[in-house]
Write a protein that binds this ligand. Structure first.
Ligand code: PMP
Length: 456
């Protein structure tokens, strides 16, 4: 039982852990000028966080700096993309070297960057998943994965999960399952959404040991009732990201994959957010479920900020794409591949996985402590450094506390901490920092949240 308590604001605001880095004096256009330019020249669909948008002009590892030189702890990592640290010196050096040597030719000529990177990425995958196709984004990677699955199996129907996010291209928008991201245009042909295995809100909770297989049974139902009995693929994030750090129950993917494979489908793991050791326990999120997918899609943290994605699969499935011409101008670009390859090296050399585990555990303990103190917290969940704190107005009705979440985000920003939000109602705080976070940073996150929750 969580202790119910009245929380009050503390008096001294928490201070950021010390840091040696001094940002360069900023000499560019003012924030007001940038805002005016953006309002005029950049599509208004491209939104900003916060009532007063924040301008960020420099980054160093887990910290970001605004135009005045004020430092913030980046608890959201460029939306789970800066995996090992902003402007990580080793990656900057490698990318600069590549930029000065060769920037682009496309894949019509041989170059070592793509070949060696593909080899090194495959070395981090389960045996058999060893053929890479590089893209520029996660949406493209998911489009391509579905294309491969459809061509390979000869089937059309695809099963995704409710509350998932797989991208904003026409095909991946169809996979995505939040009405807020779906435009009223033809999308999602052949896509069916299975019940989300959300143990906080769904019928089978955290204490149900068989929740995984119970939720997965809906996939067999969908195959029977919504498809010709055959499917091309089942796709799922290993931890739902945009949906608010929803962790799949044990046994879920195992059962889901069995249902999919018995309907002739391939199993696709979307590792765009959960991959690259973010769970702390494994390189890939699907490994926490003890399964091996047929296709894995990646993006975001793959390049620590370089615009890239990848689809990794078996040689047999990869061959499906040779039925027609398939080409991607920037995919496999030597600069992006150099960034990606160096990210792999840095994850190993900087002990990133162990840090995600250790700091993630420390954060989790702190967040659980906050849950015992603040009634606003309905659920704390996640793995490693992919954590979510779901805010509710009332713990029994679980009514989403959307406005409170927005207020918490604003206060955190005022106190020097940048977080994300997610979930259909925007009531889940998302903590997904660069994985170089320190213990002192983790304690700062908890202290700031404590204060923000008290004020909310
Ligand atoms: N898959 C997941 C799990 C994602 O979180 C995202 C982006 N939020 C995507 C795919 C799409 O990636 P991108 O924005 O690079 O197209």
């Amino acid at each position: 039982m969580r202790q119910q308590g009245m929380a009050t604001a503390v008096t001294t605001p928490p201070s950021l852990p010390p840091c040696d880095h001094r940002p360069r004096p900023y000499a560019g256009p003012t924030k007001a000028e940038v805002l005016a330019l953006r309002r005029h020249y950049v599509n208004p669909a491209i939104f900003t966080y916060y009532k007063q948008p924040l301008m960020i002009v420099e980054g160093k590892m887990q910290y970001l700096y605004d135009e005045t030189g004020r430092r913030y702890l980046d608890g959201f990592g460029g939306i789970v993309t800066v995996s090992v640290g902003h402007c990580h010196p080793r990656i900057v050096a490698a990318v600069n070297r590549q930029n000065e040597t060769l920037q682009h030719t496309t894949t019509i000529y041989l170059n070592p960057a793509i070949a060696e990177y593909a080899r090194d990425l495959a070395a981090r995958m389960p045996a058999g998943l060893e053929v890479c196709y590089f893209t520029n984004s996660g949406s493209e990677a998911n489009d391509l994965a579905i294309l491969m699955a459809r061509v390979f199996t000869g089937n059309y129907d695809v099963i995704a999960l409710r509350n998932c996010y797989h991208g904003g291209s026409m095909l991946s928008m169809g996979l995505t399952s939040h009405h807020t991201w779906k435009f009223n245009v033809p999308q999602g042909g052949g896509v069916h959404h299975a019940v989300c295995p959300d143990r906080y809100r769904g019928p089978w909770g955290y204490d149900d040991e068989r929740a995984g297989e119970k939720y997965a049974a809906d996939i067999a139902d969908l195959v029977r009732f919504g498809t010709p009995g055959r499917v091309a693929a089942f796709i799922a994030e290993s931890i739902q990201g945009v949906g608010g750090a929803v962790v799949l129950p044990n046994g879920y993917l195992k059962a889901a994959y069995e249902h999919t494979r018995s309907a002739g489908g391939l199993c696709i793991a979307d590792e765009v957010q959960a991959g690259f050791t973010r769970t702390g326990s494994h390189w890939w999120g699907f490994e926490t479920q003890g399964v091996v997918p047929d296709i894995v899609t990646m993006a975001k943290g793959i390049g620590n900020g370089a615009a890239m994605g990848a689809v990794v699969t078996t040689p047999e499935i990869a061959r499906a794409l040779t039925e027609r011409i398939h080409f991607n101008t920037f995919g496999g670009n030597p600069v992006a591949c150099t960034a990606g390859r160096t990210v792999l090296e840095v994850i190993d050399s900087d002990g990133i996985q162990a840090n995600a585990a250790g700091i993630g555990a420390r954060l989790r303990i702190g967040l659980d402590r906050l849950a015992a103190k603040h009634d606003l917290i309905g659920d704390v969940r996640g793995l490693g450094l992919m954590l979510g704190v779901e805010l509710v107005k009332d713990r029994s009705t679980k009514e989403p506390a959307r406005d409170e979440a927005a207020r918490v985000l604003e206060t955190c920003r005022d106190l020097g901490l940048l977080l994300g939000k997610g979930g259909l109602f925007g009531n889940v705080l998302r903590i997904k920092p660069p994985m170089c976070l320190s213990e002192a940073d983790a304690d700062f996150v908890v202290a700031v949240l404590d204060e923000a929750l008290a004020r909310a």
